[in-house]
Design a binder for this molecule. Structure first.
Ligand code: MTE
Ligand code: MO
Length: 431
């Protein structure tokens, strides 16, 4: 035994939560922790995968415009060309990511509550191995809290961060998942044993009166001096389950749509802004981003850059060209999405051919909006060539409303909403 270890061990625990008698809930113990842990074990990998897919969809290979995550380096190893089919792909992956993230909040909080005595272990460090374990727990808890907080702030408030939300959430996810994998590897055996120790059906039949503490455990979760029970384990599970269910009900409608849309009370984009053909969700209105009547009035032009000289079109000239249509949704990074809308306008593939580059590798799309994060977006070759990819002039049979991007906007199947640029002023096809 080292001198340091003896020294620390001899210091008495400070009063309060560091004392072993402080935590007294009689239901705290490996079983309850493992039930919450099992739910997170199923949910967090889904969050990680759908989140990672969102980065591929957001098009980080295409440089500074679409993705502000600098130097992804090795962590970007998996990035690939996001497909354009099925057209609802991003609606699904991002709807699952955001909805599941919200629904898991009560489970995460309950899991943290169930292990809180571990945060106040005394002595704080017993050995180098113990120090490592505590560091990994710090990364785990810190990573989880960080990812949930940044994610929820983003879907509720949109970009309130110093720097880019994407950067923070991306690196945070890798730190969190690394700690998560280590934690699962260390605890899986204990989780299985704890779950086997008390059959769920029996626990669900046990009321407050029959609730007894678990036998003392190696992690010190079980109270040494338990208080009389005020809630059964099934009551705690019901409470957390009801919290998750309530969050599901007030969130999922923004992604599922239809009649459920009106139940999405927590979602900032839950309601259709108006009736009629343009009456579906608007993320940023024209007024909110500084689009003035002059920018999109009779003087508006589309500039088409490519192999030959620059070509310039009025809206009337674009309307005189062959119009194509596509039924496609808008699916925002924030998780909300619209049902399919009927868009019509010019195929991006036709525009690429008009620009003299039918095999263009990508296209730089620029909005007339004053410079900001959405004013430039790059779309890839596979997105240009999909026959459903349009520079839309109409939606649902009428001209685009100003808020949906009049005079012209991009709509590409399975594209994250953020890359469907509104108020387009210039297209530059490139090889
Ligand atoms: N020029 C411009 N295009 C934009 C945006 C914007 O703020 N400015 N918002 C984007 C985002 S984040 C989304 S989700 C969609 C929303 O389109 P909608 O408002 O027509 O539903 O537009 C995208 N195109
Ligand atoms: Mo968005």
């Amino acid at each position: 035994m080292s001198a340091a270890r003896r020294g620390l061990g001899r210091l008495p625990a400070p009063p309060g939560p560091f004392r072993s008698g402080f935590w007294r809930s009689p239901i705290r113990g490996p079983w309850l922790t493992s039930v919450f842990g099992l739910v997170l074990l199923a949910g967090i990998p889904v969050l990680f995968v759908t989140g990672a897919l969102s980065y591929a969809a957001y098009n980080p290979d295409l440089g500074v415009f679409n993705d502000q995550t600098p130097d992804k380096g090795l962590l970007g190893f998996y990035l690939f060309d996001w497909p354009t089919r099925p057209t609802w792909l991003y609606r699904l992956t991002q709807g699952v990511h955001v909805t599941l993230g919200v629904v898991l909040v009560p489970v995460l909080l309950a899991k943290l509550w169930s292990v809180i005595p571990k945060l106040f272990e005394w002595p704080p460090v017993r050995s180098p191995a113990h120090a490592l374990e505590r560091l990994s727990l710090l990364m785990l808890v810190g990573g989880a809290v960080f990812e949930f907080v940044t994610g929820i702030l983003n879907i509720q408030l949109h970009y309130v961060f110093p720097g880019s939300f994407y950067t923070l959430h991306f690196y945070g996810a890798w730190v969190f998942i690394a700690a998560f994998v280590i934690h699962v590897a260390l605890k899986l055996g204990r989780l299985v044993r704890a779950l086997r120790s008390r059959p769920l059906w029996r626990e669900l039949r046990t009321g407050v009166a029959g609730t007894r503490p678990e036998p003392p455990d190696q992690d010190g979760l079980v109270a040494v001096d338990p208080a009389p029970p005020t809630i059964a384990r099934r009551g705690a599970l019901a409470l957390v389950g009801a919290g998750s269910l309530a969050l599901l009900v007030v969130t999922a409608g923004q992604s599922i749509g239809g009649r459920l849309r009106s139940t999405a009370l927590l979602a900032p984009h839950n309601r259709a802004p108006a009736n009629g053909p343009n009456g579906f969700q608007v993320n940023k209105t024209a007024a909110a981003v500084g689009i003035t009547a002059a920018m999109v009035g009779p003087d508006w032009r589309l500039e088409l850059h490519g192999a030959g000289p620059v070509r310039v079109f009025t809206r009337e000239q674009l309307l005189a060209l062959p119009q194509r249509s596509a039924r496609l949704p808008i699916a925002c990074v924030e998780g909300w999405s619209t049902e399919d809308q009927s868009w019509s306008g010019l195929r991006l593939a036709d525009l690429a051919a008009m620009a003299g580059l039918p095999d263009a590798a990508d296209v730089l799309v620029e909005s007339v909006q004053p410079p900001g994060p959405y004013t430039s977006v790059v779309l890839r070759g596979n997105q240009i060539r999909d026959p459903l990819s349009l520079l839309a002039l109409h939606v649902n049979g009428v001209g685009l409303s100003l808020d949906h991007g009049y005079p012209a906007r991009i709509i590409v199947p399975a594209n994250p909403g953020v890359n469907n640029t509104k108020w387009v002023g210039r297209l530059t096809f490139r090889t």
